[in-house]
Design a binder for this molecule. Structure first.
Ligand code: PLP
Length: 379
């Protein structure tokens, strides 16, 4: 491998949310979704160069940024996007909140998946928007959204559906057919869609690729705001830049609400990091995927020996959604924490009997985490 993913990185004294929340002498913290790897050398070099200039004045988005993003989307996802459809944002999360606040009123309803990344739910509750949950089902070892079981959730108040693909925490990468079914369901019921695709660059399954929901058809594209970012893939969420793609002008207007007013623009370092990753980060990303696949396989292997724990197929990202139902323990998260491993509690995503393990870490740390899980359960 040309890049080093094995050497332990130091996360102490770096104000890391993940590493500072627990006593690192007692707890291995594999919860919040950032990775323990350095960003690619091309990103580090570009940031170093920018820092060395020593001038950090008000900075606009680079002139070529939207064109470069459009080119990136074409190359990676065969998705043809007009650069004018792109709106630059500081984060995906701010995009989720803006969308919910602008596309629904307090009398209207939103659909969200369950389980799902907690900010999709919080985007609704924080602005007093009612929501209905679309339950994912495990089918053939994958967490899927059965579109034929959604109709009963719809009323004349339902205006918006929030979607997450690749799925966090379920790790599913939707197929073309699944996307068609979900997108068509939304179009037929006249729902706006906000599709969080932040994990798009992290497809682990050898037989899968990321397909943007809005690339399925013009009808779906016209209803959709797609939220994307390279923060996860290249591991610089602390720098932060995201973008929205919206073909429909009214949706572009919606997603710009508050930008440069209550919502600050990305920092100049975010532009630098994102441009460098897009232009030169691909060799690193390819190796990262190989490393994460090997970590995923370690988890599969170990979980084969656990009777009371299971994981579904991990198709994308570096998050294992662990089903602890058979453990018969009231708080599986607490059980692992007491053994010295911090996971994310399933309740955060809407399922109490699950935990989410972040395996975007060095192999030796993952081995330790799996041993801690083993020591905390009866085999
Ligand atoms: C599905 C999903 N969306 C959004 C985010 C956060 O994105 P950002 O840091 O750009 O706000 C995360 C981070 O874990 C995530 O998993």
């Amino acid at each position: 491998m040309a890049f080093d993913f094995d050497t332990l990185t130091n996360r102490l004294d770096t104000d890391s949310i993940r590493w500072d929340t627990f006593d690192h002498n007692k707890v291995l913290p594999l919860w919040v979704a950032d990775m323990d790897f350095q960003s690619p050398p091309c990103v580090i070099n570009a940031l170093n160069n920018r820092i060395q200039e020593g001038i950090y004045g008000y900075t606009h988005s680079p002139n070529h940024l939207k064109h470069t993003i459009a080119q990136y989307l074409l190359e990676h996802y065969e998705w043809k996007v007009d650069p004018d459809w792109i709106v630059i944002l500081p984060s995906v999360v701010s995009g989720l909140y803006t969308t919910v606040q602008q596309l629904t009123t307090t009398d209207e309803e939103t659909l969200i998946p369950n389980p799902v990344y907690h900010h999709l739910r919080l985007a609704c509750t924080s602005s007093h928007r009612a929501f209905k949950e679309m339950q994912l089902e495990e089918q053939d070892g994958r967490w899927v959204l059965p579109s034929n079981k959604l109709q009963h959730l719809i009323s004349n108040k339902t205006k918006l559906a929030l979607f997450c693909n690749p799925q966090n925490p379920g790790s599913t990468v939707c197929t073309n057919k699944e996307l068609q079914e979900f997108g068509n369901f939304c179009v037929e019921n006249n729902l706006w869609i906000c599709s969080d695709e932040i994990h798009a660059g992290l497809i682990l399954d050898e037989n899968k690729k990321h397909i943007p929901l809005a690339s399925i058809s013009k009808e779906i594209s016209e209803k959709t705001i797609t939220l994307m970012s390279l923060n996860k893939t290249f591991n610089f969420p602390g720098i932060g830049l995201a973008w929205a793609v919206a073909e429909t002008p009214v949706l572009r207007k919606v997603i710009q609400t508050g930008l440069d007013q209550t919502i600050a623009p990305p920092s100049l370092l975010a532009y630098t990091a994102t441009m460098a990753a897009m232009k030169e980060g691909e060799p690193w990303r390819q190796e990262l995927i190989l490393y994460l696949r090997a970590n995923r396989d370690l988890i599969y292997k170990k979980f084969d020996t656990f009777q009371d724990l299971s994981v579904a197929t991990m198709e994308g990202s570096y998050l294992a959604w662990i089903d602890c139902t058979k453990l018969n323990h009231q708080y599986p998260y607490q059980l692992f924490l007491e053994a010295g491993l911090a996971t994310s509690p399933g309740s955060q995503f809407g399922q109490d009997k699950f935990v989410r393990l972040n395996f975007g870490t060095q192999k030796s740390r993952l081995h330790k985490a799996l041993s801690l899980i083993q020591s905390s359960i009866k085999l």
